[in-house]
Design a protein around this ligand. Structure first.
Ligand code: GDP
Ligand code: MG
Ligand code: K
Length: 299
């Protein structure tokens, strides 16, 4: 990798249950990021973990729906998962070296054929098999699909995981560091939601609003049994004139920002969202270190 090039992007980690997805995530991210709890029956696509190094930032996205559906809801979840697979930069398809190729893998491979995103075959649990068994196993998989790379690892023991990371970075585009190295801890969803709202403000107001605006999520919680998530957020501007632009004539701009942000947040979280948006002026917030906490630049 050429020096000075920072790469970043989104990576989906998929594979049937028990292949070692959580273990791999733990091995890569360690204790830096608390991984969101596994809830197999939710439709939420969410950030599972963020890995940052000097070379780049890898944002791992969870796709819980990608396994054989048994119900109508399952079909819906597969659609959600499939959309995620289209949007990420790279897919890691994790398989179990000991179990070998099974119908669960086959099913996932058929779905991979419907997306154009590059896919790595990551053969996990190599500590459980003799090296001689690996080649025949790899042969069976590569006959079924054109994987960009095939990387055997032991997620549990960490073997070859650093090579996997190098290869992942090679496939990510040059890009910004989306999240501060130490930012994302136990509530990554809040940061992503804030970023989505900020993005909508910048997109809709064009050049009129400087990048100095900040978004703070004051509240984010489930308010009813049907899973609606209530989010209360404040958009901070530095000047009164900017606040006026963000609100717009008769509140039209803010309404549009809210509508677009809500749609994206719903797609991201896979739940209904009630979004309550406010605009406030906070003069020179960038200069006041104490106030940075407010915007999540801490932890
Ligand atoms: P997930 O369902 O895909 O998230 O799988 P988990 O990460 O929960 O792992 C399932 C089981 O496989 C756990 O008991 C792990 O300890 C075990 N496991 C995961 N990776 C490895 C590995 O590389 N080697 C061995 N021997 N066991 C592993
Ligand atoms: Mg798991
Ligand atoms: K593909």
């Amino acid at each position: 990798m050429s020096e000075g090039t920072f790469r970043s992007g989104f990576v989906a980690l998929i594979g049937r249950p028990n292949v070692g997805k959580s273990t791999l995530m733990n091995q890569i991210i360690g204790h830096k990021v608390a991984i969101m709890s596994d809830k197999p029956q939710t439709t939420r696509n969410k950030i599972q973990g963020i890995y940052t190094s000097a070379e780049g930032q890898i944002i791992f996205v969870d796709t819980p729906g990608i396994h054989k559906p048994r119900t109508k809801l399952g079909d819906y979840m597969v659609n959600v998962a499939q959309n995620t697979l289209r949007e990420v930069d790279l897919i890691l398809f994790l398989v179990d070296a000991k179990e070998g190729l099974g119908p669960g893998d086959q099913w996932i491979i058929n779905h991979l054929k419907e997306v154009s995103t590059p896919v790595f075959l990551v053969i996990n649990k190599i500590d459980l098999v003799h090296p001689d068994e690996l080649l025949p196993l790899i042969t069976r998989y590569v006959e079924l699909y054109d994987f960009k790379e095939v990387i055997p690892v032991s997620a549990l023991q960490g073997n070859n995981v650093s090579r996997l990371m190098e290869q992942i970075l090679r496939y990510l585009p040059e890009g910004p560091q989306y999240y501060p190295s130490d930012q994302v801890t136990d509530h990554p969803e809040r940061f992503i939601v804030a970023e989505l709202i900020r993005e909508k403000v910048l997109q809709l107001t064009h050049e009129e609003i400087p990048h100095s605006i900040a978004v703070d999520i004051e509240e984010m919680k489930q308010r009813d049994n049907r899973g609606t998530v209530f989010i209360s957020a404040v958009i901070y501007t530095e000047r009164d004139s900017q606040k006026k632009i963000v609100i717009g004539k008769q509140g039209r701009m803010l309404k549009e920002i809210g509508t677009r942000a809500r749609q994206e947040i719903e797609a991201l979280l896979g739940s209904k969202i009630y979004l309550d948006l406010w605009v406030k002026v906070k003069k020179d917030w960038r200069n006041k270190m104490s106030q940075l906490r407010l915007f999540g630049y801490h932890e």
